[in-house]
Ligand binder design. Structure first.
Ligand SMILES: [Mg+2]
Length: 366
């Protein structure tokens, strides 16, 4: 991209090119692979509509359903009122996960710096494998084709100098598109965005920002730094950074080997604290068995809660390097008590330890 000038070359070397790859209408796209009807009919994947009395929401729907105004997140009862003769399909998460695994394998082949974000989304850091933005577009197109040819699933790709911009560009690329936002275009790109669109800022934070009078990204970009820190602590500086297109978050692979975890699916979705805590204890004991075998200690404990509607949350706590079974089961239960949405039934839970260190090494350090 740069020629002649050593100074420019230096700048190009430090430049990152991050890509966010996101599958289009993933659940519906999966269903289409095994059911040709999906292509021709408005199709909604989500809760059982129960003749219009069903509770729960639309998880995903195809274009044909969208034409009628149906959207993901909409109560299933309303979708049913709009289009009772649509094809309604229940979620089959195991099936989607099996396809997700194949997709992630393909993406992983495009960069060693790979980070899966969710079942249908992943970042890669392509800085070392492309020579600039023109090359990045070609690379992304190749990746899109490969994913489609190998799995039958279409995706969109956002490209930018960091995760924030890549993610936001991807939103604009949907469906089945590619959008690149170069460093020099970031300012303009952000000034056209809403603060709700800033990736990494939660809904509650957005609400607080609006109360403080920050309605636009440009306004937030020029926020008083002291006020931001007073209001949000360290996060305040980060938020202002995002509004200025600054995001230093790295693309980091979550190596399976770097953690030990076990998961459990309840036969019937449950909100019984007793049942859930009992299951967490059992999982913690199973994880501990593995820890004992491997001569390691852990510093981070994570629980996963997947609710009946497939919303999935991870809750994490760091402790002093330990291999104490009570510490593990106690922390797992505390994390559940502190974070679970009590009114929502849980389908699946998991316990994981990570940040592993060698037990021997740890003893030597003291
Ligand atoms: Mg998606």
């Amino acid at each position: 991209m740069t020629e002649g000038s050593g100074e420019l070359q230096f700048e190009a070397d430090g430049m990152r090119i991050i890509m966010l790859i996101d599958m289009d209408y993933f659940y519906v796209a999966c269903e289409e692979l095994r059911n040709s009807e999906v292509r021709d009919r408005p199709t909604i994947v989500g809760s059982d509509p129960k003749g219009g009395n069903g509770r729960g929401v639309v998880m995903t729907c195809n274009y044909k359903a969208r034409e009628f105004g149906i959207r993901s997140g909409m109560p299933i009862s309303i979708a049913f009122r709009i289009k009772p003769d649509a094809l309604y399909l229940p979620l089959d998460y195991d099936f989607y996960e099996s396809i997700s695994k194949r997709i992630m394998e393909v993406i992983r082949g495009f960069s060693r710096k790979f980070e899966q974000v969710s079942v249908d989304e992943a970042f890669i850091d392509a800085s070392d494998v492309v020579s600039g933005y023109d090359d990045a577009l070609t690379y992304a197109r190749k990746m899109q084709d490969d994913i489609l040819n190998k799995t039958g699933i279409k995706c969109s790709v956002g490209i930018g100098p960091n995760k924030l911009i890549a993610k936001m560009a991807c939103e604009k690329a949907k469906p089945n598109g590619i959008k690149a936002v170069k460093e020099s275009e970031v300012r303009q790109f952000l000034s056209e965005a809403r603060i709700d669109d800033l990736y990494g800022i939660g809904a509650k934070t957005v609400e607080r920002l609006k109360k403080l009078g920050y309605d636009t990204v440009d306004g937030l970009a020029n926020a008083n730094s002291m006020e931001m820190v007073a209001e949000f602590g360290a996060l305040g500086t980060e938020i202002k950074g995002y509004a200025n297109g600054i995001d230093n978050r790295e693309v980091t692979e979550n190596y399976e080997v770097k953690s030990i975890g076990r998961e459990f699916t309840f036969e019937k979705d449950t909100d019984s604290a007793q049942e859930i805590e009992g299951a967490l204890k059992k999982l913690a004991a199973e994880v501990m068995k593995e820890v004992d075998k491997s001569n390691i200690a852990f510093k981070t404990i994570t629980i996963k809660l997947r609710y009946y509607d497939f919303a999935e949350h991870l809750h994490t706590r760091s402790v002093k390097s330990t291999r104490n079974p009570e510490m593990l089961s106690g922390t797992a239960i505390e994390l559940y008590r502190d974070n679970a949405e009590r009114k929502k039934k849980i389908r699946k839970i998991g316990v994981r330890v990570s940040n592993l260190t060698s037990y021997k090494g740890q003893r030597r350090i003291g």
